[in-house]
Design a protein around this ligand. Structure first.
Ligand code: COA
Length: 216
């Protein structure tokens, strides 16, 4: 298994840039051909489970960048189809029971970062280096549309606004970071906070909705 993983990483370093460049042009091609798009989506995603099919999950180390000495624990649910980026930096760890979903936007994680037990990350999300996410945190860039009152919510699709967590941030247990938020460097989010607005660098935020309670 280790040899397989080493081989995948070596191969990846060579091909990763090319794969990234191709992703956008492939997406554009599919936009003009909805039938082909549906077929490819069906081949990649289990339509009931809304997660990549087992053979796609097996191939993930070939098309994803996983940094040196990084760890993704076995029970992590990687809903990371190949048409978006997932990158994990060097020495970063994704703890057991977490779920990473890049189906609607890239998930990029820097070096020496820890995604804690039972976290859920839904892209597009960029997390910097030396970030520590405690347990049970949700970071989501996705909202469901609900503005049309005569349509069911699950018929209305979704929208995304990217989330950014800059370097050197600690987020306490069970916090929620909502779409569009940027958390500035060297900040702390208290346990249980719901972060609805940007957090300036060097601040401690707490509460629902989260407010700055201290400068660091
Ligand atoms: C935020 C935290 C770090 C404390 O920071 P601190 O600078 O020592 O803050 P204080 O304890 O002095 O509290 C300052 C104020 O914030 C309030 N406060 C502290 N933590 C809070 C929280 N999680 N939610 C809401 N308010 C909080 C305090 O009640 C206090 O209010 P007051 O001034 O009205 O009395 C800590 O409370 C916390 O949330 N830690 C997260 C722990 C965790 O998740 N660990 C997981 C392992 S990685």
């Amino acid at each position: 298994m280790q040899i397989y993983s080493y081989f995948c990483r070596r191969k990846l370093n060579i091909t990763n840039k090319r794969v990234q460049m191709n992703n956008e042009s492939v997406r554009q091609k599919f936009k003009g051909n909805p039938k082909l798009k549906r077929l490819v989506d069906w081949l990649i995603m289990n339509q009931v489970e809304t997660r990549p099919r087992w053979y796609v999950r097996m191939l993930a180390p070939l098309y994803q960048h996983r940094g040196r000495h990084s760890v993704i624990h076995h029970s992590v649910r990687m809903d990371t189809p190949p048409y978006r980026q997932f990158r994990l930096g060097n020495y970063s760890v994704i703890e057991s029971g977490a779920c990473i979903n890049n189906a609607v936007g890239d998930v990029i994680i820097g070096d020496h970062t820890r995604v804690g037990l039972h976290n859920t990350i839904i892209g597009p999300v960029t997390i910097g280096s030396h970030v520590n996410l405690a347990q049970g945190i949700t970071v989501t860039a996705l909202n469901h549309n609900f503005s049309e009152s005569d349509k069911r919510i699950d018929e209305q699709g979704v929208n995304t606004t990217p989330v950014t967590i800059e370097d050197d941030v600690w987020i306490g247990a069970n916090a929620v970071v909502l779409p569009g938020v940027r958390i500035g460097t060297h900040s702390v989010v208290a346990a249980g906070a719901i972060v609805t607005k940007d957090v300036p660098p060097h601040s401690l935020v707490a509460g629902v909705p989260a407010k700055v309670i201290k400068q660091l």
